[in-house]
Design a protein around this ligand. Structure first.
Ligand SMILES: CC(C)(COP(=O)(O)OP(=O)(O)OC[C@H]1O[C@@H](n2cnc3c(N)ncnc32)[C@H](O)[C@@H]1OP(=O)(O)O)[C@@H](O)C(=O)NCCC(=O)NCCS
Length: 212
């Protein structure tokens, strides 16, 4: 816990469920360890800030590393028992989603793009929860890559309603990552400037164990 900064410790202290606390702390310790490797500093020395939101310029855009020239972009996600981190030289977003119950699929699928919803519904019922988690993970990865988050909805962009068949907004590469069957994961990378050729996607799944 001593490695975390004041804001992280305050957020950790606000969790009322032990599992949520452990996942948050495990994810942030993992994020610090991964970034520390790239920056050549101790995990506790990584300083975080926020970019301005690209939509409203508020101070809730993508999290960034402060006080380091040319610091890499990064993205963090935690859900269920997993946390995932992505680091890149270009804007990047990553997301992990716990596969929901069949009842939750019914409630959530209406927030998708109409075409994605149709594709999810065409699947046999037992495959729909994983398909929903997959498309949701792609959406969050892309919207976190943009830095906007989900505030303006998930239905306006088509990213594919079947696992393994991701759509791609112009200038972005969106890919499913291998999950563990209980979670779906995806990454979105801004390729507009450099193109996708030669791009290597390497991500790390961090089990969030007991608080260190
Ligand atoms: C940010 C958001 C996408 C996170 O999704 P989630 O499913 O709750 O959580 P995830 O584990 O996938 O991701 C959380 C991480 O995303 C990152 N994140 C937060 N805001 C982000 C943003 N704008 N862009 C990119 N990444 C962001 C943080 O690292 C966060 O980790 P932390 O909460 O442990 O600090 C979601 O909460 C959201 O869209 N919030 C609305 C934001 C909003 O209202 N914006 C107003 C725009 S005008």
């Amino acid at each position: 816990m001593g490695v975390l900064d004041r804001r992280e410790r305050e957020r950790a202290a606000a969790f009322t469920r032990v599992g949520d606390l452990e996942r948050y702390v495990g994810a942030h310790l993992g994020l610090r360890r991964v970034l520390a490797m790239y920056l050549g500093v101790e995990p506790g020395a990584v300083r975080f800030g926020r970019d301005a939101c690209p939509r409203c310029a508020g101070a809730h855009g993508r999290p960034v590393v402060r006080e380091v020239a040319d610091a890499p972009y990064f993205s963090l996600s935690h859900s269920g028992e997993l946390a995932v981190v992505a680091v890149a030289r270009v804007p990047v977003g990553i997301d992990v989603q716990r596969v929901p119950s069949e009842e939750t699929v019914e409630l959530v699928e209406r927030r998708l793009h109409p075409e994605e919803r149709r594709e999810v519904r065409e699947l046999p019922p037992e495959r729909r929860p994983f398909a929903l988690a997959s498309v949701w993970a792609r959406k969050e990865a892309y919207l976190k890559g943009l830095g906007t988050g989900l505030a303006h909805g998930l239905g306006h962009v088509y990213l594919g309603g079947r696992p393994g068949v991701a759509g791609a907004p112009v200038g972005w590469l969106v890919r499913d990552l291998p999950g563990d069957g209980r979670h779906a994961m995806a990454v979105a990378v801004a390729v507009a400037r450099h193109g996708a050729e030669g791009l290597r996607i390497v991500s790390r799944a961090l089990p969030t164990g007991p608080v260190a």
